[in-house]
Design a protein around this ligand. Structure first.
Ligand code: MN
Length: 158
């Protein structure tokens, strides 16, 4: 994987109307294929370099959309930049807003959900990482034993 943002010291933030964009950074639009369900999510890889292990991405989830419910060996550090939403981390649900810091530990179920407007966040991750796991019926059942989590999961399926 090459550096998506080569040797330019500053890439100005360059909003395109309502959309959060950075100069010369590609916008990747995810298509839901059904095997890892999510809704209305885009990604911009802001930073990836051979001399650092980290990768910095900006994700945006449209109003009422959500990310995939998943877990993996690698962890995430997330900082919210725009909008309000909720995040499931393990067996708890938290309200999130701009500048909140969210840490997703290794092998912990997580999912983000946007409220009425777009939810945008920076996500730092290891550039070499394992593939996400998707919960099976038994794991969903275990998660749903916590009523607040069950309500969150129901809300992401509407
Ligand atoms: Mn993840």
């Amino acid at each position: 994987m090459s550096d998506p943002t080569p040797d330019v010291p500053v890439r100005p933030f360059s909003p395109d109307g309502e959309d959060y964009r950075w100069t010369d950074v590609d916008l990747q639009i995810y298509k839901d294929t059904g095997d890892a369900p999510f809704r209305s999510i885009t990604r911009q890889t802001l930073f990836r370099r051979d001399d650092l292990r980290g990768e910095l991405r900006y994700f945006e989830i449209a109003a009422r959309g959500h990310s995939t419910l998943e877990r993996h060996q690698h962890s995430h550090a997330v900082v919210v930049l725009r909008g309000d939403g909720e995040v499931l981390v393990g067996d708890a649900v938290y309200a999130i807003k701009p500048f909140d810091l969210v840490v997703i530990p290794s092998l912990t179920w997580h999912q983000f959900r946007a409220e009425d407007g777009p939810l945008g966040f920076l996500c730092m991750v290891d550039r070499e990482r394992d593939k996400p796991q998707i919960p099976g019926p038994d794991e969903i059942e275990t998660l749903r034993r916590t009523p607040r989590v069950a309500a969150f999961l129901d809300a992401t399926r509407k």
